[in-house]
Design a protein around this ligand. Structure first.
Ligand code: ADP
Ligand code: ASP
Ligand code: MG
Length: 426
C-alpha cells in the first residue's frame, strides 16, 4: 500500500462541480489501494477576495486577524471536499492546520513550519478514511495563534505532510499540465518539462514562477520528498521535481540536460534608489542594516561608480512591493545620519530570470539573453547572476514582450500552444 499526498489548488476546487470532480479523483486513488491525504486550497479567488474585503475595512489589517480571516477560505473547501467524498460512499474527515499538527513559528503571513505532528491524520488513515487538510495554515505554540504560510503556501502544507507521514509521492494538482519552460498564460508556446531538478525549480520559484511555492521546493529537497506537478483537469503525466544527487544509481546518465530550464517573470518587486550616497567604507552596511531591520527581503543590488568630483554614488536595490513603504520610511528617518541626498521609489519594474543547470558549463547564455532583449527593444536596468540564473530588471509594461522574445531566443518554443485549464491567474 502506498501513501499518497495530493494537493489541489484553488482553481481545481473553484466551484461545487469542481469539488465533486476532485472528490472522484481522490476516491479513485483511494480505491486503487492507496492511503490518501489531501491538502486543499481555498476555492478560486477566495483568498484574494478576503484580502480585498479586509482592505475595505482598514488600510493596514492587524496581522493576527488577517490570518484568522484568510484561513477561513481553506476551511470552506476542506469541509465541502470531505462532504463530496462522503456522498460518494467513502469515509473522509477534514482537519484544520492546527488539528493536522501543522506547528509553525509565530510570524503572521509568512509563518515557517517548525514541527508536524500528524497523529490525527494517521488515526484517520488507520481507520480507512481519507484525510483532508486545510492548506496554507498552521498554529503557533509560542503565540497560541493561527498562522498562514504565505501566498501559495498550500503547496508547502502538502510537502510537509508528505515528509511527516513518509509518503511515497506528493502530487501537486493545478490548472496547467505541469511545470513549463515559462508561464503558459504569458508564453503561449511554453513547453511542458518532464523532469526538473529541485535546484532549478528553486531558482524559478524564487524568480516569480508561482506554479510552486518556493518553501515547498526547499522543504521537499531537505526532506527528500518527490514532487509530481500535474493537472487536475486531465490524467496526463506532469512534471517530476527531483534531486539529481538522490537519483537511483545509473539513472543520472540517462538524463538529457537542456541549457535553459525556464524563464520566469516577476511583477511583485519595486526598486529603491538611494541617491548621492557618500562613497566611504561602511555606508552600504548602514543602509542595508536599516532595511534588514524592517524585515524587507532585498533581492538585487547595484551600486554605480561614484563621480570623482562629488565622491558620491547611487545605490539601487529591489524588494517586494509589499515591503517598499516600510523600507522607505526607515531610510528617510536615517537620511541625516547617513548623509545621502534623496530616495527614489519605482514600483513599475519587472524582473525576468533565465534559469538552467547547464549554465555552469556553457558560456554565451548572457550574450544570447542580452541580444534577444536588444532585438526586442527592451532596456536593461539592472543585472544579477547566480551560478545557474541570470536576472534582469526592466519596465513592468515590457516584461511580457521580453519573456516571449527570450523564450524564443533560447529555442524553447513548443510546436503547439499550451492549454491553461482554469483559474483567473490572479
Ligand atoms: P494553484 O491554484 O493550483 O496553486 P497557481 O495559480 O498557484 O495554482 O499556479 C499555477 C499557475 O502558475 C499556472 O496557471 C500558471 O499561470 C502559473 N505559472 C507561472 N510560471 C509557470 C511555469 N513555469 N509553469 C507552469 N505554470 C506557471
Ligand atoms: N489560498 C492561499 C493563497 O491563495 C494558499 C494557496 O492557495 O496555496 O495564497
Ligand atoms: Mg499555488
Amino acid at each position: 500500500m502506498s501513501l499518497i499526498v495530493q494537493k489541489f489548488g484553488g482553481s481545481s476546487v473553484a466551484d461545487a462541480e469542481s469539488i465533486k470532480r476532485v472528490a472522484k479523483r481522490i476516491v479513485e486513488t483511494h480505491r486503487e489501494g492507496n492511503e490518501v491525504v489531501v491538502a486543499v486550497s481555498a476555492m478560486g479567488d477566495t483568498t484574494d477576495d478576503l484580502l480585498d474585503l479586509a482592505h475595505e475595512v482598514t488600510p493596514i489589517p492587524a496581522p493576527r486577524e488577517l490570518d484568522m480571516l484568510l484561513t477561513a477560505g481553506e476551511r470552506i473547501s476542506m469541509a465541502l471536499l470531505a462532504m463530496a467524498i462522503r456522498s460518494l460512499g467513502y469515509d473522509a474527515r477534514s482537519f484544520t492546520g492546527s488539528q493536522a499538527g501543522m506547528i509553525t513559528d509565530a510570524q503572521h503571513g509568512a509563518a515557517r513550519i517548525v514541527d508536524v505532528t500528524p497523529g490525527r491524520l494517521r488515526e484517520a488513515l488507520d481507520e480507512g478514511a481519507i484525510a483532508i487538510v486545510a492548506g496554507f495554515q498552521g498554529f503557533s505554540r509560542e503565540s497560541r495563534d493561527i498562522t498562514t504560510l504565505g501566498r501559495g503556501g498550500s503547496d508547502t502544507t502538502a510537502v510537509a505532510l508528505a515528509a511527516a507521514l513518509g509518503a511515497d509521492i506528493c502530487e501537486i494538482y493545478t490548472d496547467v499540465d505541469g511545470i513549463f519552460t515559462s508561464d503558459p498564460r504569458i508564453v503561449k508556446r511554453a513547453r511542458k518539462i518532464d523532469r526538473i531538478t529541485s535546484e532549478e525549480m528553486l531558482e524559478l520559484a524564487g524568480s516569480g514562477a508561482k506554479v510552486l511555492h518556493i518553501r515547498a521546493v526547499e522543504y521537499a529537497r531537505r526532506h527528500n520528498v518527490t514532487l509530481h506537478v500535474r493537472s487536475s483537469f486531465n490524467y496526463n503525466v506532469g512534471t517530476i521535481v527531483y534531486d539529481p544527487q538522490k537519483l537511483p544509481e545509473g539513472e543520472e546518465s540517462t538524463m538529457e540536460e537542456s541549457i535553459i530550464a525556464g524563464v520566469a517573470t516577476d511583477l511583485s518587486q519595486a526598486k529603491i534608489t538611494v541617491v548621492g550616497v557618500p562613497d566611504v567604507p561602511g555606508v552600504a552596511a548602514k543602509l542595508f542594516k536599516i532595511v534588514a531591520n524592517t524585515n524587507a527581503n532585498v533581492d538585487m543590488i547595484v551600486q554605480n561608480v561614484s563621480a570623482a568630483s562629488t565622491g558620491r554614488t547611487d545605490i539601487s536595490f529591489t524588494l517586494p512591493k509589499d515591503d517598499g513603504q516600510k523600507a522607505i520610511t526607515a531610510l528617510s528617518n536615517a537620511q541625516d545620519g547617513i548623509g545621502f541626498e534623496s530616495l527614489q521609489y519605482d514600483d513599475q519594474i519587472g524582473k525576468l530570470a533565465v534559469v538552467g543547470n547547464a549554465m555552469r558549463t556553457n558560456s554565451g547564455v548572457s550574450a544570447t539573453l542580452f541580444e534577444a532583449l536588444y532585438e526586442a527593444g527592451i532596456n536593461i536596468e539592472m543585472i544579477s547572476t547566480s551560478e545557474i540564473r541570470i536576472s534582469i530588471v526592466t519596465r513592468a509594461d515590457s516584461i511580457n514582450d521580453a519573456v516571449r522574445a527570450v523564450h524564443t531566443a533560447f529555442g524553447l518554443d513548443a510546436e503547439d500552444e499550451a492549454v491553461v485549464h482554469g483559474g483567473t491567474g490572479r
